[in-house]
Design a protein around this ligand. Structure first.
Ligand code: F0G
Length: 478
C-alpha cells in the first residue's frame, strides 16, 4: 500500500467497551428503526461513523479543565479563558459561546435574513440551510463544478465558484443577498477544503457589493492543514498563522465546536469588529435563546474544555494523524476499486454510492442503501449525504436530486484505531462484491416537513417477482 498509517500522537488512558450484535439482530434492529440510522440506539452500533460531531475523545487536560470549570452565572473565569483563546486564534474581537453550531446560526441568521432575501454559500450544511429557510430566506449553493464529479482529483474541491456567485448577485440584486456563508471545510461536498485564494476572492466580492460574509467554521483546523499541504503561498506558515489569515477574509463566523475543537458540546460566534452594532443584536438573541452571553447555553466546565480544545485541535502532529486516518481508508479503497469523493476530505470518507449501485436511482436513495448495508454487514453506522438528506423543494415539495449520492463515513476524533478502520474497509469490500444483488432502494413512508432525514421512516422497495430466486428465473426462461 502506498500510504502508511500515521500512528496516534497519544496513548489510551480510559476505554469504553463496544460489542457487535449478530447479523440477525442487526437486521431486526434496522427494521425496527424504520431503516433510519438515526433511529438506532448507540449500544446497538459497533463502529459509529454517523458523525464526527461531539463524538471525539477529550484529552486529560480537557477532563482536568472540566473539574476547574467556573460555574458563575455571569463573568465566569472559564468564559474569559475561552474568549482570550478565541481572540488569540481567530483574531476576532468579539467571541460569543453558544451551545452548538445551529444555535449560532439561529442567533445570527435572522439579523441578516428575512422573507425575500437570499443567502449564498459554497455549500450549506443541512441545518445551516434549514436556518436560512426558517429565517424566511432561500439558500443557494455555489460550489465549483469539479466538486460534482467524485472521480476528479483537485486540491480544493470545496471552493466557491466565484464567477457563478457574481452572476447570482447580479441576477438577484446585491441588496437581496443578505449573507454569504463560506463553509470550511465544505462538509456536504465531502469535507473538501477551500483555498486561501478562494477565501480572499470571495471576501473581495463581498466587500465590493457590501454583502456580509460569515465563515461556517466547523472544520477550520482541517481546512488550514489542507491549505498548508496544498497551497504554495502558505506552505511555510504555521497552522495558527494560516488560521489567522483565513479568518481575515470574513466579517464573522459561526462555529460548531463539536468538530475541530474536540468537545462533546459547544459552539461559537465570532465578530471581527468589536464595535459592530451586530454585537448588541447577538447578545439580545443569545440571552433569549441560549442564556446570558458569558455562558451561551454551556456550563462553565464546557467553556473550560472548549478553551483547551481550541488549542489541541490546531496542533500539527494531531492534524497529521487525523487527516491520515481518512487518507488510510482512501488508500485501501483505491486498492479495492471503490469510488469516493477524491481526494479524500478531512473528517471522513464520502463513498460514491451512485457508482456502487448505478442501477438504483436518486429517488430510491443509493447513499441510504449503502448506509443500511454497512450496518447489516458489520454494525457500522454511517449516513446518507445525498438526495435522501437533501429532501424536498421547500416551494414545490418535490424530491430534489442531489449533485452526489454519498454515504459518509465520518470519523470521530481520537476514538477509533487502525484495526477499526480495517473492519470498515473490509465491510465495504464485501458489499461491493454483492452490490449487483441489491436491486432496489427504499421509499419514504413518512416524513416531517423540515430536516426530514433525521426522523423519516423508510421501507425497502420490493422488486416485482423478487421472490423468485435466480434459479427460478433460469427455469422460467428455459
Ligand atoms: N455547519 C457545518 C458545516 C456542520 O457540519 C454542522 C454540523 C453545523 C454547521 C451545525 O453544527 O451540529 O453543532 O449544530 N454537522 C454535523 C455533521 C451534525 O454530522 O456533519 P451543530
Amino acid at each position: 500500500m502506498a500510504i502508511k498509517y500515521v500512528a496516534e500522537p497519544f496513548r489510551i488512558k480510559s476505554v469504553e467497551p463496544i460489542k457487535i450484535l449478530t447479523r440477525e439482530e442487526r437486521e431486526q434492529k434496522i427494521e425496527e428503526a424504520k431503516y433510519n440510522l438515526f433511529g438506532l440506539r448507540g449500544e446497538d452500533v459497533y463502529i459509529d461513523l454517523l458523525t464526527d460531531s461531539g463524538t471525539g475523545a477529550m484529552s486529560v487536560e480537557q477532563w482536568a479543565g472540566v473539574m476547574r470549570g467556573d460555574e458563575a452565572y455571569a463573568g465566569a473565569s472559564s468564559f474569559f479563558k475561552l474568549r482570550n483563546a478565541g481572540i488569540d486564534i481567530f483574531g476576532y474581537e468579539y467571541i460569543q459561546p453558544v451551545h452548538q453550531g445551529r444555535a449560532a446560526e439561529k442567533v445570527l441568521f435572522p439579523t441578516f435574513l428575512s422573507d425575500g432575501k437570499y443567502a449564498i454559500s459554497n455549500m450549506f450544511f443541512d441545518t445551516t440551510r434549514a436556518h436560512v429557510e426558517l429565517a424566511g430566506a432561500r439558500a443557494i449553493d455555489c460550489v465549483v463544478e469539479e466538486a460534482k464529479d467524485p472521480s476528479i482529483r483537485c486540491p480544493f474541491k470545496g471552493n466557491m465558484d466565484v464567477e457563478k456567485m457574481k452572476r447570482i448577485i447580479n441576477e438577484y440584486g446585491p441588496e437581496n443577498i443578505g449573507l454569504v456563508v463560506m463553509t470550511i471545510t465544505n462538509n456536504s461536498a465531502g469535507g473538501q477544503p477551500v483555498s486561501m485564494q478562494n477565501m480572499r476572492e470571495v471576501f473581495e466580492v463581498c466587500k465590493k457589493y457590501n454583502i456580509p460574509l460569515d465563515i461556517d467554521a466547523a472544520r477550520y483546523a482541517e481546512n488550514a492543514y489542507f491549505i498548508k499541504q496544498r497551497e504554495e503561498e502558505c506552505k511555510n506558515m504555521s497552522i495558527k498563522e494560516i488560521i489567522a489569515k483565513m479568518f481575515s477574509y470574513g466579517d464573522m463566523f459561526t462555529m460548531s465546536a463539536k468538530k475541530d475543537t474536540i468537545v462533546n458540546m459547544g459552539g461559537l460566534i465570532g465578530v471581527k469588529d468589536g464595535n459592530s452594532p451586530l454585537i448588541l443584536k447577538i447578545k439580545a438573541n443569545c440571552i433569549s435563546y441560549e442564556g446570558f452571553y458569558t455562558y451561551g447555553g454551556l456550563a462553565g466546565r464546557d467553556l473550560e474544555a472548549l478553551a483547551i480544545g481550541l488549542y489541541e485541535g490546531i496542533d500539527e502532529s494531531y492534524l497529521a494523524y487525523r487527516i491520515g486516518q481518512s487518507e488510510y481508508i482512501a488508500a485501501r479503497l483505491d486498492e479495492a476499486g471503490i469510488q469516493y469523493q477524491a481526494p479524500v476530505g478531512g473528517h471522513g470518507v464520502f463513498v460514491d454510492a451512485a457508482a456502487l449501485f448505478p442501477h438504483i436511482p436518486y429517488n430510491e436513495y443509493p447513499g441510504q442503501v449503502l448506509a443500511i448495508e454497512l450496518y447489516k454487514e458489520a454494525g457500522i453506522r454511517t449516513c446518507d449525504i445525498g438526495s435522501y438528506m437533501l429532501g424536498n423543494d421547500p416551494d414545490t415539495q418535490e424530491q430534489l436530486k442531489a449533485d452526489f449520492e454519498f454515504t459518509r463515513l465520518a470519523i470521530p476524533r481520537r476514538v477509533y484505531t487502525q484495526a477499526h478502520l480495517d473492519v470498515v474497509v473490509d465491510a465495504l469490500i464485501a458489499i461491493k462484491d454483492r452490490a449487483h444483488e441489491i436491486k432496489r432502494g427504499y421509499k419514504i413512508t413518512w416524513e416531517p416537513p423540515i430536516l426530514r432525514h433525521f426522523q423519516a421512516s423508510l421501507e425497502p422497495i420490493v422488486e416485482v417477482g423478487a421472490e423468485n430466486t435466480e434459479k427460478d428465473i433460469e427455469l422460467v426462461s428455459i
